[in-house]
Every structure is written in C-alpha cells, then in structure tokens.
Design a protein around this ligand. Sequence first.
Ligand code: ZN
Length: 478
Amino acid sequence: MDLPPGDPAPQRCDLLVHNAYLITVNADREIYLDGALAVRGRHLVAVGRSADVRTRWRGAREIDAHGAVVHPGFIETHMHIALHGARNAINEPVRWDEQQKFYADYWSVISEEDEFVGSQLAILELVKYGATAFMDCGTTHAPDAVARASEAVGIRARLADPFLWDVGGFGGAEEDSPTVDRAPADLERSLSLLGGQLARNTDPTDLVQGHIAIIGMATCSDELTAAAKDAARRAGVTFNQHQSYCQVDVADDDTRLGRHPLVHFAELGILDAGTTFAHVNIVRDDELEAVTGTGFSVSWNPISSQMYGVGATAHGRHYQMGRRGVNLALGSDSPNYTGRFDTGAQAFQAILSSRDQALDAVALNAEDGLEMATINGARAISAESLLGSLEVGKLADFVIRRTDTLETTPVTNRVQNLIYSSRSTGIDVVVCNGVIVVAGGVSTMVDEDEVRRSAQESSSKLLARIGYQPKTIWPEIS
Ligand SMILES: [Zn+2]
C-alpha cells in the first residue's frame, strides 16, 4: 500500500462504490462529481470524493460506477399494497360508486396467500423502479403476509393495523357506503386493534416497522382520530390517514365537522411533524392558512388523482402548501388509480402539476422532485434520521443508475436528466440495508418469473370469486 507516512491504514468495509455522480441530498445538497460511499453492515460509514474514501476504506466488494448517478433510494409514502391483484381490473368508464363497491367486494374475499403474492409483485415493482422503502396505509388484512413479502424482496415496509374506521364506509360518511364484512367501521373494533403493529419496532434498522394509520376521508370519528394520534405520538411513529381526496368525502367532512376539515384537524392539534395525510387535493383559503407552519406532511399522489379526474391539478394547492412549509412527499396509491408503483414517475408528474397549480414554469423543479422522492419521504414516515439521504451514520439504501440509456444521452444537467428523462428507468443496482437487492436491473432476492406467475394465478382466481370480468371498451374476438 502506498500511503503517505502517518496516514492510518485503510479500514475494511463490506461494500465500496466509487467513480459515481453522487447525489447526497444531505443538508447542503452536495453532489460529488467523482464520489464514493462505503458501507459496513447496514450503515454508510463514508461518503465523499472517491480519492478520499478510497484512501481510507477497502471494500470486501467494490463497484466502479463508471460515472453513473447514485442517489438515495426512493421512499413511497402512500399505497394500498393489497390491491395489486386487481391492477387495471375496474372497467372503464369508472363510476365512483361502482369502484367503491368493487373494492369492498375485493377486500371481502382476499386471502392471506393472495396478499402475500400480490405484495411480492408490488414490492418487486417498487424496488425495480428504485424504491427502498414504502408505507402502506392500513388496508391490508394480513400485515404479516406483507412483512414476509417485504423481507423476501429486501426493502423496508411501514405497516399499520387493518382498516381502522368507525363512520360510513368506502368513499365517505354515508350510512349506505359499501364496507367490508371482515372489518366493519366500528369504534370498539378499531380501538382494540389500534397499535398492534407497533410490536414490530424493536430495532429501527430492521426492514419492517409499524406505524399508526386510520382510513380517514370522513370515515373516522374525532374520538378514533385523537386516540390514533395519541398512540402514534407516544410511540414516535407516523400518524397517517387519507384526507380530502375528492368533492364527495370533502362534502361529507364539511357537513359532519361543521367546518372545513383541515381547519378542524389543525384545531384538534393533529397537524404536526409526525402526521402525514394522503392526497389533500381540495384545500380552501382558510385551510391553506391552517396548515401554514404546522410542518405536517402531505403524501401527494398526482397520477392517481389525475387518473380519476378529481381536480387535483386544476384546483389542488400542493405547491402552495409546500411554499407554506408543508412537507410534500409522494405516493402511488393503488395500481388501479396509478398504473404502477413508481415513485420516480410520481415525482415528474408532481412537478408538472405544480406548474399548472402555480400557472408558472417557475414552480417545483427537478431538485424538488428528487427531494420529495427521498428526504421528504423519509420525513413523512418519521425516519429522517436514518433514511432519505447519503450521509455517514444513515442506513445504506441507495440506487446506481445505468450510464448507457438513450434517455440520458447527451449528458448535460444530471439532475434534470434523472428526474425529467430517466424518472425510474435505467435502474442498475439497488442496495437496501447494506444488501444488494437488485443487480443488473434484476432482483437478487426472488425469482421474478415465479412472482409474476403466482400473482397472475391469484388475481384470476380472486376476480372469479367476486364474479368480476374485466373487459375492454372495444370488442375482443376469441
Ligand atoms: Zn389511498
């Protein structure tokens, strides 16, 4: 070894990646043109210039990134993982009542095995699009099955108790809203389940953790909401619910609460840095005022909202909330609403939406997109001290992109290339918790063909059980 006298000998680490265009997303948002990082166990032990890191560290395994972009793993903050078996199953044109009925039927018959294979497919999709963590919103009957799937594919899961609600049913507060026999909207039932998933939280570096989620969207009493927020606060985890998705649930909330819902939740003391609401597509002037300075998070799901035409871009004020200190993170919702679980695509769509909302191209930019997909996501799942950026002491969750894709040629502004052109294509290597879980764009953890086969079989049987026949608008000829 050729070290200047006095320098300590290099230390051993498990994995060293060098010669990378390293986007740290650290507090100063530093980007190393020729950067490196070193991993020991589950943690990052060095991040910096390749020359410096390689002088101090030797990896049991070393990867030359050949100038490729390396960035923190994406963090997906709102999804219904159990719905993956029904991807694109709802026939168009989609009617609000019909789709809520479809979900009620689907969730009534889904088995634990269905949830396992559907979750494997969903999580495999997430990691192949560069995500290393996700937060489910508490609409799986079998969190243990999702936990197993997550550990099998090798990325982080935040799981919540199943279907905590006590007013109405799918879509809103009306008494005749469809519900799920196995999980009726009931206060006593919800309170008895509340906090069950927190038993997972013994080591914060483990892949699977619990948080607190209630369904929200006009389906939860103040008593249930307050109990849930209190449980989350005591455990130091995220409190999560749906909110203000469309005119239907907002009208229910306005009537039920006697004022606009975000004003109500601000007055209840619910909106703080430990709270994440999904969607928040409809925000009136007094609500914009109420969220200012609260530091709470919104999981913005731009594609799903636009898919269902609820006016999230035309009338939404996500950009304006972000300007007022709301932490904007990203979610994919469900495959019926959004096509696929793809956080990079959501980042791009959110930027487009912000420019419509601001009526100005000077709204969110590529760097904002990357922030929303990484460090803001970490904050939204209460894991900012461990995830979301590449810094010494944080967990080793990162992505290495390919350098040979058409959409990133020519190389110009690398961050714009990443967010506007690549979005989530060209994923080469994904590391989560120090483990290489994707290499050459392929899972190192599960047999992808087997995951697809079992998910297809489960979906076909499940749709047959509820008597649902997906059909195209154009005639299909056998
Ligand atoms: Zn949702």
